[in-house]
Design a protein around this ligand. Structure first.
Ligand code: 3PG
Length: 306
């Protein structure tokens, strides 16, 4: 079978080599499309492939329709808002993700972001410490739990909320359950966002929630830019000159916001939460193995469009 690794943002070379080894040992062929400049290149590249591995690359209905032999697509990562699942289902393409594989990298970045903002973006101004502060984790999944563990180890108090978990499950994961999302925002010096981008969550964090945060609080977003209501964020930062926002996913109007709010806002130039060689290896290898297992045994563990 021909497997295409299509990564606009390339994996570390060790990850690509390892993926190649896994694929070839199973008797398949790997082709690689990296750093492509236009979506048309992806559309062209899928013409004769049986399987596809992507990161945040957009697997649209057009891509799926252009790949008549495609049987499986694996998003090497957690969030799959970049896959058109309906189009995959319509064309009998199995869609999977690799949950948990890059979580540690994202969790480490969330912690780094809290420290970076507490220390005035590493300017010589007097900062604050994160020990003794409270972090609220919005969604206590693979990444959220790791953020909680690391924050606790650094002396932070950890609260969490997750619509899919009971208070007992949250407590078992080492966090104090928040009574509501509003309470989480009201009670925490930092809120770290770990929700996926879905029709229900897009634009769901805005003025009303952000202005609940206590004096000097920081909102940390290593999830998706789409979950933030940017107009609401801007209004909140304008009215509450003590609040800060740091994000791994630059808001659409970042340049304007940066000009208005200076060191109270920061966005990474490109999404880098999962951009470590370890995370690339973990997620990339998992994707390759899931494809090989699907072709060898029909294994559909982690299938998203069941
Ligand atoms: C994920 O959903 O797994 C992360 O956001 C990583 O995305 P990336 O593969 O584009 O870095």
């Amino acid at each position: 079978m021909k497997i295409l690794l299509a990564t606009q943002k390339p994996f570390a070379s060790a990850a690509v080599q390892g993926i190649r080894n896994i694929v070839e040992e199973a008797g398949h062929e790997l082709v690689v499309l990296e750093k492509y400049a236009a979506q048309e290149e992806l559309v062209t590249a899928v013409a004769d492939v049986d399987a596809l591995i992507v990161r945040s690359d957009k697997v649209t209905a057009e891509v799926v329709a252009a790949a008549p032999k495609l049987k499986i697509v694996v998003r090497a990562g957690a969030g799959y808002d970049n896959l058109d699942l309906a189009a995959c289902t319509e064309h009998s393409v199995v869609a999977m993700n690799t949950p948990g594989q890059n979580s540690n990298a994202v969790a480490e970045l969330a912690i780094a972001m809290m420290i970076y903002m507490s220390r005035g973006q590493f300017t010589p101004s007097t900062g604050t410490e994160i020990a003794g502060k409270t972090v609220g984790i919005q969604a206590f999944g693979n990444v959220g739990r790791l953020v909680g563990q690391k924050a606790a180890a650094l002396g932070m108090k950890v609260k969490a909320i997750d619509p899919f978990l009971s208070d007992e499950q949250i407590a078992a994961g080492g966090a104090e359950p928040a009574s509501s999302l509003e309470a989480l925002y009201s009670e925490c010096d930092f809120v770290s966002i770990h929700i996926p981008a879905t029709p229900q969550t897009i634009g769901s964090i805005g003025y009303e929630l952000i202005t609940r945060m206590p004096k000097g609080a920081t909102l940390v977003n290593t999830a998706r830019k789409e979950v933030i209501d940017e107009a609401g964020l801007e209004q909140a930062l304008k009215e509450r000159t003590d609040l800060k926002y740091i994000t791994d996913v630059a808001p659409d109007g970042y340049e304007v916001l940066k000009e208005k709010f200076g060191t109270r806002i920061f966005a990474t130039p490109k999404k880098m939460g999962a951009q470590t060689s370890e995370a690339n290896v973990n997620a990339g290898f998992a994707a390759a193995r899931q494809i090989c297992a699907y072709f060898a045994e029909g294994c559909t563990r982690f299938q998203l469009n069941k």
